[in-house]
Structure formats: structure tokens, C-alpha cells
Write a protein that binds this ligand. Structure first.
Ligand code: FES
Length: 124
């Protein structure tokens, strides 16, 4: 699902209506994180929202195997298009492949007034 004109970009926060992030789908955006503007994505996994930096902790490439495609075919795991690492969508922890023992960089997500709001969080 592509971001639409109702998507709001901001250096330190990003938000979009919940209706624009369907179950099993994702939206990419940019956000200020650790002093740089980086690409990130938010997913709707089984009705809950999670967001991560678009960066595979194995070799540092973007995760999406096709533009804005992060889920495996069963929509159970996030998968890296470069070497096939699998990540748990709700924790960002490696679930298999060359990312063993590591985790995606998470962002803070909350829902307010019908919008999903993503911020860098306390660790950024
Ligand atoms: S860069 Fe993602 S699995 Fe290698």
C-alpha cells in the first residue's frame, strides 16, 4: 500500500490514518533517527502496528524484497530480500537466517485519534 496525500511527514514523527495500513501490509516513510533522516516502515501485523528502520542487521541493506514488500508470502515473518533473513514482526528479533541473534531497530508506535503515530523513541 502506497502512502497517500493524507500521510504526514515530519522530521521527528510520522503519522497516517489507520485505514491506510491494512492488516498484513506496510507503509514506508522517512524519519529523523540518531541525527540522520532514514527510511523506515510501519506494518500492521494481525491488527497491531510496529515500525522499524528499513535496515537489515545482517549486511545493512534495505529489507524490502520489492518496494514496500516486507512480509513473507504467509505474512508470518518479515523477510530480507538480500539474503533471506526472517524477523518476527512483533519484536523485530531474528527468527532465522544470517541475522541470527540480532534484532531490527524498532521505533515507537502509538495510535491516537484514528492515526498511527511513529516516533524514534527513547533509544534514538
Ligand atoms: S542483508 Fe539481510 S539477510 Fe543479508
Amino acid at each position: 500500500m502506497k502512502p497517500t496525500s493524507t500521510t504526514v511527514a515530519h522530521p521527528i514523527a510520522w503519522s497516517a490514518p489507520v485505514s491506510e495500513i491494512e492488516v498484513g501490509h506496510s507503509v514506508k516513510f522517512h524519519i529523523c533517527w540518531r541525527g540522520s533522516v532514514v527510511e523506515a516502515f510501519v506494518i500492521n501485523f494481525r491488527g497491531h502496528y510496529y515500525a522499524y528502520i528499513n535496515y537489515c542487521v545482517h549486511a545493512g541493506t534495505p529489507l524490502d524484497w520489492w518496494p514496500n514488500e516486507f512480509f513473507d508470502p504467509e505474512r508470518r515473518f518479515l523477510t530480507c530480500g538480500t539474503h533471506g533473513s526472517l524477523y518476527d514482526p512483533d519484536t523485530g528479533k531474528c527468527a532465522g537466517g544470517p541475522c541470527a541473534g540480532r534484532s531490527l531497530f524498532p521505533l515507537s508506535v502509538r495510535v491516537s485519534d484514528g492515526r498511527v503515530i511513529v516516533t524514534p523513541g527513547a533509544l534514538a
